[in-house]
Design a protein around this ligand. Structure first.
Ligand code: BJW
Length: 237
């Protein structure tokens, strides 16, 4: 098994035990006190940049208060010993996978893809240039890259195309094993990855607190907090 092509998709549930809130847990549909369409669309940014920047500034600041949990660390340990290709695709915009992987060596077959962007980066609206940005962004933060641009969060909002899709699709097309960890499967295209992996002949496993609506599409399921279930599950691979 450690020689096969492995694709792992992670979502907010992987960071939940670090204290980062998930998206779809509030019965009233609010996400950290906001409706998602008020903060995670290009239209929202055009309409009310102060609100959108404020929301992402708060989340960026929160990263200083959280650390990787046993689920992140188990994935980093796996990457250190995996002999085949391991493509870790995360929908999370926090840097907890990055920090866990920084602590251990990873093989040449490993790659980490932040398909929905990264909180600690900013992007010029005029040139598309991406840069590290650990601090707050002003509502109309002047871009150092283009006189007509401002800096926005390097985040994929609804209606925008997720990052690195060709690389992700290529990895899925050659997957032998696909793990979907801590994601509700409510947001596309990530929600469709399990079908792409199945079409490639991969075994598919859902790892979540509880079965999701898409459970029937997976071959197997492992249920419970990822920080508890994942270390044992990955150790057995
Ligand atoms: C635990 C746990 C523990 C808890 N242990 N587990 C109609 C039909 C189909 C699609 C569409 C449609 N209308 C519009 C669309 C497209 C749209 C979409 O999917 N909308 C849906 C709402 C229907 N998608 C898009 O617009 C995307 N772009 C796109 O499609 O472009 C077209 C295109 C694609 C590809 C090629 C060519 C063209 C862009 C989507 C951008 C998503 N952005 C967000 C916000 C920005 C990032 C941010 O601010 O953080 O990304 S939305 C939000 O949801 C965030 C997340 O990454 C994403 C996924 O959420 P996730 O991670 O699954 O979290 P939750 O909260 O939903 O689930 C947590 C899970 O963890 C639960 O299952 C818990 O049980 C579990 N859990 N604790 C294990 N301890």
């Amino acid at each position: 098994m450690p020689h096969c092509n492995l694709v792992i998709l992670t979502g907010a549930g992987v960071s939940a035990e670090s204290g980062v809130p998930t998206f779809r847990t509030d019965a009233d549909g609010l996400w950290l006190g906001h409706r998602v369409e008020e903060v995670a669309t290009p239209e929202a940014f055009a309409r009310d940049p102060a609100k959108v920047q404020g929301f992402y500034n708060a989340r960026r600041r929160q990263l200083a208060e959280v650390v990787p949990n046993p689920a992140h660390r188990a994935l980093a340990d796996l990457a250190a010993r995996w002999q085949g290709r391991l493509t870790l695709v995360t929908q999370n915009v926090d840097d907890l996978h990055d920090r866990a992987h920084a602590d251990v060596p990873t093989g040449p077959g490993f790659s980490l893809i932040h398909m929905h962007g990264e909180l600690l980066k900013a992007r010029c609206t005029a040139s598309g240039t991406v840069c590290d940005w650990p601090d707050d962004l002003a509502p109309a933060e002047p871009s150092p890259f283009h006189p007509a641009g401002v800096l926005r969060p390097h985040i994929v909002w609804f209606g925008e195309i997720p990052l690195e899709m060709p690389r992700i699709e290529a990895a899925l097309a050659e997957a032998d094993l696909f793990l979907s960890i801590g994601t509700s499967g409510a947001v596309y295209p990530a929600a469709g990855f399990v079908r792409a992996a199945r079409a490639a002949g991969a075994r598919t496993v859902e790892i979540n607190l509880e079965p999701t609506k898409g459970r029937g599409v997976f071959d197997d399921g492992v249920y419970g907090p990822a920080g508890e279930t994942l270390p044992a599950f990955l150790a057995d691979l």
